[in-house]
Ligand binder design. Structure first.
Ligand code: TXA
Ligand code: MG
Length: 366
């Protein structure tokens, strides 16, 4: 299949809209990550999406809409919490889960009786939905298991020849996928953390809980969002997080936590030791570090992931950095922990998945 590369100009959006109307697949930019779109109400289109991604068909898709009226076409029940969240956060990086109507095929929802709905804020995404008159089912436009695409080039890497067209809207703004909140539970529950935080949700609808598999990940417990399984977003090389952990010895703890520089240096020393060890075994080793710490490592071994002081820059860079690791053929990747004050939860959720939850702790005793 020849994949057309389109722009966000009117004529190209028309071309893409026609492809969707005719049952084809188009990748398009959203404010979070690029999506791989097809007609959400067509079982054939949803099956094509699974095939193009190489994704198991029991992992449901998000339906993208451009008008709140569409919610009432596809959801069997729209509680007040949904209305409040739609009002507060749409268009934007929030996906809500509601009971589905029969018009939504089981293929789109992976057999579930609920449907995930989101109104993206990216103008090209909204134009595409409006011009096509189609509600667009769209997972992230990566091959299943790879990091989500944040540029059109990432989509081309994974999808060229597998889909009809890719709309190039430049790099996305946010860089990690939308927050997902399940409104079919008695207490609204976050199934995937994202740019819209628990605090922001609670300010609008009161108590919100977090799916327990996000807090205590366990390969034997199935998360409520089937896509949030244990490993995901993974680069080809083996990624390990190296993190400082306060020692149980409180006397030492006081001494250490008094000086952030000491703990940063302990982590860097460990990572540099692992770098040497890997290199001496003939392995290609790469280090992921925030810009502020790049100087602690050999220059030719570091890939930076944004600034610690600005979580949004780390979110925007994370997936591109993981793809760069693949591109240079890294076999071992060591990353500093990126548990920042801003977006830290959402970023660490992705980083831990990419690392298959491999973490090495350093403490003042080690
Ligand atoms: O930001 C985003 O949400 C991006 C852009 C393209 O909109 N989309 C995205 O889609 O991340 P995807 O398919 O990569 O992730 C959707 C997640 C999966 O973890 C899936 O299991 C979950 O949403 N999901 C979808 N429908 C669900 C449902 N009815 N119940 C529970 N989880 C659901
Ligand atoms: Mg995805």
């Amino acid at each position: 299949m020849n994949t057309a590369i389109l722009t966000t100009e009117y004529n190209d959006i028309q071309t893409a809209a026609d492809i969707l109307k005719n049952g084809g697949l188009v990748a398009f930019p959203t404010e979070t990550v690029y999506g791989l779109g097809g007609n959400a109400l067509s079982p054939e289109s949803s099956n094509k999406i699974y095939a193009a991604k190489g994704r198991p068909s029991d992992n449901p898709l998000i339906v993208h809409i451009a008008d709140t009226a569409s919610v009432y076409e596809i959801a069997a029940n729209v509680p007040d919490t949904a209305k409040l969240l739609m009002e507060a956060f749409w268009p934007g990086p929030l996906t809500i889960i509601l009971p589905k109507k029969d018009v939504v095929p089981d293929e789109t929802t992976g057999g579930l009786k609920t449907v995930a709905i989101r109104m993206p804020s990216h103008p090209a995404a909204l134009d595409l939905i409006r011009e096509s008159g189609v509600l667009i089912a769209a997972p992230s436009a990566n091959t299943s298991g790879r990091p989500s695409p944040t540029t059109a080039d990432h989509v081309i890497e994974d999808m060229n020849g597998r889909i009809d067209a890719i709309i190039d809207g430049g790099p996305v703004g946010i860089g990690i996928e939308s927050t997902i909140v399940d409104l079919t539970e008695e207490i609204p529950t976050i199934l995937r953390p994202g740019f819209v935080t628990k605090k922001m949700l609670e300010a609008v609808i009161g108590e919100v809980s977090i799916d327990r598999t996000l807090i205590e990940p366990d390969p034997n417990i199935r998360p409520k969002a089937p896509g949030m399984k244990y490993t995901h977003y993974a680069p080809s090389g083996e990624l390990t997080i190296v993190e400082y952990k306060e020692s149980n010895n409180s006397e030492q703890m006081d001494k250490i936590s008094a000086d952030q520089h000491d703990t940063d240096k302990m982590v860097a020393d460990k990572i540099n030791e692992l770098l040497q060890e890997g290199t001496s075994q003939g392995k290609k080793v790469v280090i992921l570090s925030p810009e502020e710490h790049a100087g602690l490592y050999p220059k030719d071994s570091v890939i930076t992931v944004g600034s610690m002081g600005e979580g949004v820059t780390v979110a925007a860079r994370l997936y591109a950095a993981l793809r760069e690791c693949d591109k240079i053929g890294s076999e071992l990747i060591y990353s500093e922990s990126l548990n920042l004050s801003e977006l830290g939860g959402a970023i660490m959720n992705r980083l831990l998945k990419a690392a298959g939850h491999r973490v090495i702790y350093v403490s003042s005793e080690s």
